[in-house]
Design a protein around this ligand. Structure first.
Ligand code: NCD
Ligand code: ZN
Length: 337
């Protein structure tokens, strides 16, 4: 008899759904695995006002089946953003604001050169009890050093806004993990971890033929960094929770001469994680990672409902929903039921 794994319906605390036609497929796909998703605001134009939050939420709700996916909304911090805009975004239901260093990743040219450019907005977020989500890379540093190079800026933000809750998104290096460990004690700093940073390394991206499906920011890392993340997540460290950073790009763009950064992991994230946790004998630690700690950090009620996986081998298609799929062409041990 194939084993069945039943989990409380997971939350995804870092998701890109894009806009337009493709949004429907991405939102429906996400709803097969997740009940709630924190939707990132780096659309074009960005989500950076109460009106755009309302419109974007409505388009997500009408894309997924009724009740299937609860979008948790965020807005993008823009240079010079004022307190009024932040309070309006909070009133429109945003739970988080996102800090993108200008030029650090896909659709971030309009981001911040320094925290000072959004000083008023950050103070307003602290006052309103919104979570600050940070893309922690300094684009001025060499590509593999960008995450570590951003840590002094994280430190300044934490020091300047002592009541602000902060999430270091898609933590990928041991250095950043240690920074979060050292600052997480009072419960105001946490980090999301992706499936791709837990499962893959630079070797997978470029050790053989280049795999554009795996190109992302922050980049995949060494086995030592991956293992540090694995150990922390598998042992249930309390300040780490799951965010897919699922970031689909059309397959044609991923096969072009200028490959955009972003891994489409939403369709396979849960089966892939089940394989990792099961292989380590830690299936018991999976639900805390995907369906408890994130909600607790955000002050949300625990997930409702459940999702089931079955131990049944399958091969991940190379393309899903018109995007190159994470782990496309590989065989996984667990599948969504
Ligand atoms: C994301 C995207 O494509 O929007 N890309 C990525 O490589 N992760 C943006 C982001 O979260 O950095
Ligand atoms: Zn992202």
């Amino acid at each position: 008899m194939a084993r069945i794994l039943r989990l409380p319906r997971p939350d995804d605390f870092h998701l890109h759904l894009r806009q337009g036609e493709s949004l429907t497929a991405y939102a429906r796909r996400e709803a097969l695995s997740f009940g709630r998703a924190l939707v990132m605001p780096n659309t074009v134009p960005p989500i950076a006002s109460a009106a755009s939050i309302g419109a974007y939420r409505a388009s997500i709700l009408s894309a997924a089946a009724p009740g299937a996916l609860e979008p948790l909304m965020s807005f993008k911090l823009l240079p010079g953003m004022g307190a009024k805009t932040v309070f309006e975004c909070a009133a429109a239901g945003a739970v988080a604001g996102k800090y993108y260093p200008a030029g650090a990743t896909t659709n971030s040219a309009d981001g911040l050169a320094s925290p000072g450019q959004a000083a008023e907005a950050l103070a307003a977020m602290e006052e309103a009890g919104l979570v600050l989500c940070v893309h922690g890379e300094d684009p001025a540093a060499p590509v593999l050093e960008r995450e570590e190079a951003f840590l002094p800026t994280m430190d300044r933000i934490l020091g300047r806004y002592p009541k602000l809750k902060v999430v270091l998104e898609h933590v990928s290096t041991r250095a950043a993990l240690d920074f979060v460990r050292a600052n997480a004690r009072d419960g105001r700093l946490a980090a999301t971890v992706t499936a791709h940073h837990l499962l893959c390394t630079l070797e997978d991206l470029m050790g053989g033929p280049l795999r554009p499906a795996l190109h992302c920011k922050p980049p995949l890392r060494s086995a030592a960094d991956r293992d540090a993340l694995r150990e922390a997540v598998l042992s249930g460290e309390p300040f780490l929770f799951f965010g897919t950073d699922s970031a689909p790009h059309p397959a044609a763009a991923k096969k072009s001469a200028k490959v955009p950064a972003g891994v489409y992991s939403s369709p396979v994230a849960l089966p892939a994680l089940a394989g990792l946790f099961d292989g380590a004998g830690r299936l018991d630690a999976l639900s805390g990672f995907v369906a408890a700690r994130g909600a607790a950090f955000y002050g949300l009620p625990p997930p409702e409902g459940s999702v089931e996986l079955v131990e049944e081998e399958w091969e991940v298609p190379e393309e899903i929903d018109g995007a190159l799929a994470f782990l496309g062409g590989t065989r996984l041990r667990w599948r969504l039921k």
